[in-house]
Design a protein around this ligand. Sequence first.
Ligand SMILES: C[S@@+](CC[C@H](N)C(=O)[O-])C[C@H]1O[C@@H](n2cnc3c(N)ncnc32)[C@H](O)[C@@H]1O
Length: 235
Amino acid sequence: MRLDFTLAQEIIRRSEAMKAKIDAIIQREQAEYLDQLHPASADICAEMEAYAAEHRVPIADREVALFLEITARAITARRGLEIGMAIGYSVLHLLRGMPEDGLVVTIEPSDVMIARATDYFARAGVGGRVRIERGRALEVIPQLKETFDLIYLDAVKEEYSDYLEQALPLLRIGGVVIADNLLWGGQVAGDVRAPEQTASTQALRVFNQRFVRHPQLRAEVLSIGDGLGYGVKIV
Ligand SMILES: C[S@@+](CC[C@H](N)C(=O)[O-])C[C@H]1O[C@@H](n2cnc3c(N)ncnc32)[C@H](O)[C@@H]1O
């Protein structure tokens, strides 16, 4: 009898907590408020955002990019590994959070993206602080020898679990792994709306389970952007 009462209380507590969460996070008004809270990007980042919008290149949301910079700064990252560079928007933010001797190694197979990013890096004066590895991540990561402070996953969603297993040995203890798009436009928690994203959605569901239970990580999924995985390597 007592157990039933406790259980009922727990169910009520959880449903109230869930309701508070929905009210707190998902309201349009709050999303719009947060969106306009930060000043608009200036300089080359604003140009990159405009290019990405015009050419439909998927780049990190502004708050995600800022979060990368803040995290790099918080952990005094000197070496970052990015999987999926596109035009280099997130690389620039990572570098902004790193000291002058900081370096980002980033993996990208598209020559068009590499050419565009190389130009932006040169103009931003950070060409010497980025090493672009041309190729597919699952072929490139096993060739890497250095240790990283921060790893950012942002390429093929079906491959996230493999990226994590390949890259985690390269992350120092206390280092951070960040993974973008873990809620995949709401599809991971709900119904798949885009049939061509069925496989990626299923892969992200598997990834999320592994990520938050990974024995080498303390990890969770933050409701930033499209769902941002954030894990610290503990062993
Ligand atoms: C979402 S975009 C990256 C955006 C970038 N991180 C940013 O926030 O500015 C994903 C990129 O991954 C690249 N990509 C596709 N397949 C890949 C693979 N197998 N390995 C690494 N990158 C890949 C795509 O060409 C694309 O530029």
